[in-house]
Design a protein around this ligand. Structure first.
Ligand code: HBI
Ligand code: FE
Length: 283
């Protein structure tokens, strides 16, 4: 018998949040994580992120109820959060974003997994991602990303879009008048990477360039070897197809870049010494 093809209809992946089913331990896990991140993010995260956190009211009280969260989010940017059991197929993910819906895992990590999980949970998805989605400029970028993702299929460009998401939405940094700030959700929801991304001598920090980023492979199992730096907290790249299609053609003729590669033409904010990953591979 042939395997049924996974559905690409977003409705087949959405589930109720089940807010009443969280235990007191679940809420306590959220509170511990949220308080710790709030402290560590001071002076390191973009101000727009902290504004979003305040606007959502998702500080230290426990796991947020999506019904309450969504009233605030809809009012601010016309987005909503929808609950999913875990990772959804790329095409479903793009469709949801193009429709201004952000899929968030409804479950929360167990106390013994407090510092490391393999799949995104509600803390990463909601605390990490949703504060910036309160902001219309960012909300529009994410919608444009979803639309570009849908279009990229026809050009075999899906992996290019995944890299762009990784190096902006998940692990982006931005230059501000006060210094470098975090804008990526993967950094903002991790205490270790919050410090590493900004303060370690190990990683490269390279001025953002759309074509360059879409050529760069990334690591999913550890801190990044290279972070890309936007020219400001609102400097998200324009993703119209008239711009993307010629770029995809151009870079299809070039090699992919390893995560730690630095090119002569890179605008270096800092050239990493690579010490962190070198020590790990020697161990
Ligand atoms: N699904 N729930 C969920 N969350 C994600 O962040 C996610 C996903 N599916 C695919 C995906 N991300 C990425 O591979 C996209 O950048 C393509
Ligand atoms: Fe994420």
């Amino acid at each position: 018998m042939s395997q049924a093809k996974p559905s690409d209809d977003p409705r087949d992946y959405l589930v109720p949040q089940g807010f009443e089913s969280y235990t007191e331990t679940d809420h306590e896990t959220w509170r511990i994580l949220a308080r710790r991140q709030r402290d560590i993010l001071q002076g390191r995260i973009a101000d727009t992120f902290l504004d979003g956190l305040d606007g959502l009211g998702i500080g230290g009280t426990g796991i947020p109820d999506f019904r309450v969260l969504n009233e605030r989010l809809r009012a601010a940017s016309g987005w909503e959060v929808v609950a999913v059991p875990g990772l959804v197929p790329d095409l479903v993910f793009f469709k949801l974003l193009a429709d201004r819906k952000f899929p968030a895992g409804f479950w929360i990590r167990k106390p013994e997994q407090i510092d490391y999980i393999e799949e995104p949970d509600i803390f990463h998805d909601v605390f990490g991602h949703v504060p910036l989605i309160m902001q219309p400029v960012y909300a529009d970028y994410l919608e444009a990303y979803g639309k570009a993702g849908l279009a990229s299929q026809a050009y075999g460009g899906l992996h290019r879009l995944a890299r762009l998401y990784w190096y902006t939405v998940e692990f982006g940094l931005a230059r501000t008048p006060q210094g470098l700030r975090i804008v990526g959700a993967g950094i903002a929801s991790s205490p270790g990477e919050t410090i590493f991304a900004l303060e370690s001598a190990s990683p490269n920090r390279v001025g953002f360039d759309l074509a360059r980023v879409m050529r760069a492979k990334y690591r999913i199992d550890d801190f990044q070897e290279t972070y890309f730096v936007l020219d400001g907290v609102d400097a998200w790249p324009a993703l119209d197809l008239e711009r993307l299609i010629p770029l995809w053609r151009e870079i299809d003729a070039q090699t992919d870049l390893e995560p730690g590669t630095v090119l002569p033409e890179d605008r270096l904010v800092s050239c990493g010494d690579g010490s962190y990953h070198r020590a790990k591979s020697a161990a």
